[in-house]
Design a protein around this ligand. Structure first.
Ligand SMILES: Nc1ncnc2c1ncn2[C@@H]1O[C@H](COP(=O)(O)OP(=O)(O)OP(=O)(O)O)[C@@H](O)[C@H]1O
Ligand SMILES: [Mg+2]
Length: 183
């Protein structure tokens, strides 16, 4: 049976998300694969900004929605930041993302994939980070509440800073890494 470790954290403000990202950036090793999941605006890119900065990347990490893949090589480890939002699952295999964790054509680093639910073949060893906004009926009653019809438009949602963050490691190297996480 595959080994897994599951940690669930309730973040009541943005700083908690950033602190999780910072600690994980200290624990990751060459070959770590991070699969980020969560709705639009749940905080995947925000997480990656804090993560990248803790990895020693001084360039501001932006959303790779249009570029698909951004490579950062100035930190402790290379970071390959990918966003699959605009792709259909059937288009993803042609990106050959496995090249990033094979360690042959690219120096082995950290691969972080937003909208990882679009992957048809999930690498068996990975750290999944699931971000969600705990939804309360009071938000829906707010006049500002409107789900973004398209990603190009500004999110009109005036959501609070609360997030539920799940860290789920699968496979021995990722499990070993997450066991060192201090809650
Ligand atoms: N606790 C929190 N954790 C993360 N982001 C938060 C939190 N509280 C508020 N935010 C805000 O929520 C927004 C999250 O936007 P972000 O672009 O990171 O989401 P995303 O998941 O990458 O969305 P997309 O699917 O469009 O790529 C940011 O404006 C961020 O400042
Ligand atoms: Mg994003």
């Amino acid at each position: 049976m595959t080994e897994t470790v599951n940690i669930e954290i309730y973040a009541d403000n943005l700083g908690v998300t950033q602190a999780i990202a910072t600690q994980l950036a200290e624990l990751v090793t060459a070959g770590t694969i991070i699969l980020l999941e969560g709705n639009l605006g749940s905080g995947k890119t925000t997480f990656m900004q804090a993560f990248g900065s803790a990895l020693g990347i001084s360039t501001t990490i932006t959303s790779p929605t249009f570029t698909l893949i951004d490579e950062y090589t100035e930190g402790r480890l290379p970071l390959y930041h990918i966003d699959l939002y605009r792709l259909e699952p059937s288009q993803v295999p042609s990106l050959h993302l496995e090249e990033y964790w094979r360690g042959r054509d690219f120096p082995l680093g950290v691969v972080a994939i937003e909208w990882a639910s679009k992957l048809l073949n999930i690498p068996p060893n990975h750290l999944k980070i699931n971000l969600s906004v705990p939804m309360r009926s009071s938000y829906k009653q707010s006049p500002n509440f409107e789900l973004a019809p398209d990603k190009d438009e500004e999110l009109l949602v005036d959501l609070p800073e609360e997030r539920l963050i799940q860290l789920i490691a699968q496979g021995s190297s990722h499990v070993e890494m997450l066991r060192q996480y201090k809650n």
